[in-house]
Design a protein around this ligand. Structure first.
Ligand SMILES: [Zn+2]
Length: 277
């Protein structure tokens, strides 16, 4: 039983973020494995630690316990009202964290948004939530507006199981972990909130147009339509905020700060629909 082996080990991975995920969430999803244990002293290919238990998986890759929890395919729920109990029919299934699940954990608490079913009963400290669409934005909006007390780890999973998971130790610098395309970036939370204040009554759709006009202006390729957008801006901005201030601070499309601004401007601000940590 891999779970008990992982529990007995003093360490499951050399990475603090990955270890915290495993301690609060991953260990309840791992179940049994037929993977062959590796000799003591083998280095974890993900974090380089030589003092963690490792196995060789079916594809001949060396994996640590958190890695097995993340990538193994097991039974999942089809509907939100299906009870979240350990599946009675063993570990065979087609669902894994890798299909875009989200995990957030701090010492003594965890929250997993996933269809994956735990393999053992979970403690009250762990919430397992059925995904309902738009979860990534909801989670990020909540982290930006009202983050939990650090340290905590945020992971947005993707197809690739190998990635570094760093802790957030300062809520001013939120670390969103995950493989390429899903995570692996930092958000300057204070800058994002300050920028939100500069935007005043602007809607995200307007800001996207303003951002595109700004880029064309910087490239000396602005159009008549851009000029109209920019001329109409002063009345739309909070008192004391100039167009040049907004233009100077506006992040470029594709950056984590731009994503943060989109999420803040498009997310629900009412307390009823907010996920809580
Ligand atoms: Zn490791």
């Amino acid at each position: 039983m891999l779970k008990s082996e992982a529990k007995a080990a003093s360490k499951v991975c050399g990475e603090a973020g990955r270890a915290l995920f495993h301690q609060e969430i991953g260990q309840y999803f791992i179940g049994e494995t037929k993977f062959k244990p590796m000799p003591a002293g083998t280095a974890c290919p993900n974090c380089g630690a030589t003092d963690v238990p490792l196995w060789k998986n079916a594809s001949n890759n060396i994996v640590c316990a958190p890695q097995i929890a993340i990538t193994s395919k097991r039974p999942g729920r089809e509907k939100a009202d299906q009870p979240c109990l350990p599946p009675p029919a063993g570990t065979d299934g087609m669902v894994s964290f890798a299909e875009g699940a989200i995990a957030i954990a701090g010492p003594g608490w965890g929250k997993a948004i996933t269809r994956l079913l735990p393999q053992v009963p979970v403690p009250p400290s762990l919430q397992v939530i059925f995904p309902e669409g738009g979860d990534r934005n909801k989670v990020l909006a909540q982290l930006l507006r009202d983050p939990p007390a650090p340290p905590f780890v945020v992971i947005i999973f993707g197809k690739k199981g190998e990635f570094v998971a760093e802790l957030t130790v300062d809520v001013g610098s939120l670390v969103i972990n995950g493989p390429e395309g899903a995570g692996g970036y930092r958000i300057d939370r204070n800058a994002a909130l300050a920028l939100l204040a500069l935007c005043g009554q602007l809607k995200w759709e307007e800001l996207e147009k303003i951002s595109a006009a700004r880029l064309r202006m910087l490239a000396n390729a602005n159009t008549e339509a851009d000029r109209k957008i920019i001329d109409g801006l002063p009345g739309r901005l909070p008192t004391g905020v100039t167009v040049s201030t907004l233009f100077r601070l506006l992040p470029s499309p594709g950056t984590p700060q731009y994503t943060a601004l989109r999420i803040l401007l498009t997310s629900e601000t009412s307390t009823t629909s907010k996920p809580t940590f």
